[in-house]
Design a protein. Structure first.
Length: 356
């Protein structure tokens, strides 16, 4: 990954000749090493990872394609490195670097020009959005753990348990069965609460006739999975069935549109038009999907406002929903890998309406 970033730095029109990467997600993406602190410095021909004594031994045993250096006086170390490499213009993660730290760097390292536009962010986004084989395998491994957690938890759900109990059962299963972390705070909401797309699990006790929406994911080797399933407890009314089948149709048809060269707006429109035609257009307020990788939300966004086009190698979610305030909500979410001539669904969990 570092070599690919160096290739971008060698482009004739590149406005930066060095990079300072400090965010945990990007440090791990390029070094494959997880730490709470550290500085990754990259130029056209050299890369150095500076970390403190807590991580130095582990980093030396893990980090590839990059020198590992013990952090002492990091400001002077940054200056010495960039000066030695004849760097003038340093790209920073403009969307992640704090104003406070930028102020310190600018004051202490005034001989360098810190490029504060989106140059480095765009470089990194372009690399991270296209997944290689090992990245896909990590995402699939995380997804398999999540799917097993779903099956385990569906067998656990019964009338009278709390939303929080469902959340904890999913979380505990994933963490006990191979997940290094949770992709995000698990959503498990039922009944009227399921009308809130990002509702917070509460002490509400599920009842027969409730929809239960579960949105969750696992992390394996730094890569996230993301899925949503909505199930009914006991029975589903005709209205519940209609809404569910509408969402399922919207997802099924929009997945077919996930191909290289298709605009994200166009893909989103497929699902949105189906939901609107069924009379629920006002009840699908969020975008259709987003990229997934070393972060749970990555480039691109699949929405009516997106300016992106799907490319081979992207992993994006497809998650239409209908949310009826005061009644219930339905969301179904899969992860889709964009291939050379179409796509591959990385999610294997069944989607037909399930009544527990």
């Amino acid at each position: 990954m570092i070599k690919k970033l160096q290739d971008l730095l060698r482009l004739p029109d590149c406005k930066i000749d060095g990079c300072l990467i400090i965010s945990p997600e990007n440090r791990r993406y390029f070094t494959r090493f997880e730490s709470s602190d550290g500085y990754l410095l990259v130029t056209k021909d050299r890369a150095v990872f500076i970390t403190d004594s807590r991580y130095i031994e582990a980093a030396e045993n893990t980090v590839k394609d990059c020198e590992v250096v013990l952090q002492e006086q990091y400001i002077s170390q940054l200056g010495d490195y960039f000066a030695h490499e004849n760097v003038k213009n340093i790209g920073i993660e403009a969307s992640r670097l704090t104003v406070s730290l930028l102020g310190v760097l600018s004051e202490k390292l005034g001989e360098f020009n810190f490029v504060t536009d989106d140059t480095l962010d765009t470089f990194i986004s372009s690399l991270r959005s296209v997944k290689n084989y090992s990245e896909i395998e990590n995402i699939k491994a995380a997804q398999r753990i999540a799917e097993k957690a779903l099956e385990h938890t569906c067998a656990f759900i019964k009338e009278g348990i709390r939303e929080k109990d469902i959340q904890l059962e999913l979380d505990f299963y994933m963490l006990k069965n191979g997940a290094e972390a949770l992709s995000f705070e698990t959503i498990a909401v039922a009944g009227k609460n399921s009308s809130m797309p990002h509702g917070v699990p509460s002490d509400y006790r599920v009842r027969n006739g409730d929809f239960i929406t579960m949105d969750f994911g696992a992390v394996v080797n730094g890569y996230h999975s993301d899925m949503t399933r909505t199930v009914a407890l006991g029975f589903a009314t005709d209205e519940m069935k209609k809404v569910y089948e509408t969402v399922l149709k919207a997802q099924t048809e929009s997945i077919k549109a996930y191909k290289p060269g298709v605009s994200c707006v166009e893909a989103d429109k497929v699902a949105r038009d189906i939901i609107a035609a069924a009379g629920y257009g006002d009840y699908f307020g969020h975008g259709l999907g987003h990229g997934v990788g070393v972060e749970i939300h990555e480039f691109p966004s699949v929405s009516p406002r997106s300016e992106s086009v799907l490319r081979e190698g992207f992993v994006v979610t497809d998650e239409p929903g209908i949310y009826l305030p005061g009644k219930f909500g339905v969301r179904i979410e899969d992860m889709i890998y964009i291939t050379a001539d179409g796509n591959m669904n990385l999610t294997e969990a069944p989607k037909a309406l399930r009544v527990l």
